[in-house]
Design a binder for this molecule. Structure first.
Ligand SMILES: [Cu+2]
Length: 113
């Protein structure tokens, strides 16, 4: 009986451990990204369409993006960098001028700086 109980304990703690390590790798962050419209939304979310990024959603009213990603593959700065590369300023990284200027006219949001 004692043997069965300790075996059950081992199995239980092993499954808890693996559930924990999965939860640890997936992280969700949200931060501000400047933009205007639904087209901006497509571009911003498209820039995050990468392996290791599970979901990305930008809201044109709040200007907040929410990203679920594999924290063993990306740091938060990397996410800002991907978005800035597509022409959109974040609260941490400014987009290159050339990328901003190549956005559609209606997408050339007012830059924060
Ligand atoms: Cu737009």
């Amino acid at each position: 009986m004692k043997y069965i109980v300790s075996l059950a304990t081992i199995i239980l703690s092993a499954s808890l451990w693996s559930a924990c390590s999965e939860a640890h790798a997936e992280k969700t962050v949200s931060f501000k990204v400047y933009g205007n419209c639904g087209m901006c939304e497509k571009t911003i979310e498209g820039s995050l369409d990468q392996e290791g990024i599970y979901s990305a959603s930008w809201d044109k009213d709040t200007k907040m993006v929410e990203i679920a990603f594999d924290s063993s593959r990306y740091r938060m700065e990397d996410l800002h960098h991907l978005i800035a590369g597509s022409g959109y300023d974040t609260d941490l990284e400014k987009a290159p001028d050339a990328a901003y200027e190549s956005l559609h006219e209606c997408c050339q949001y007012e830059r924060p700086l």
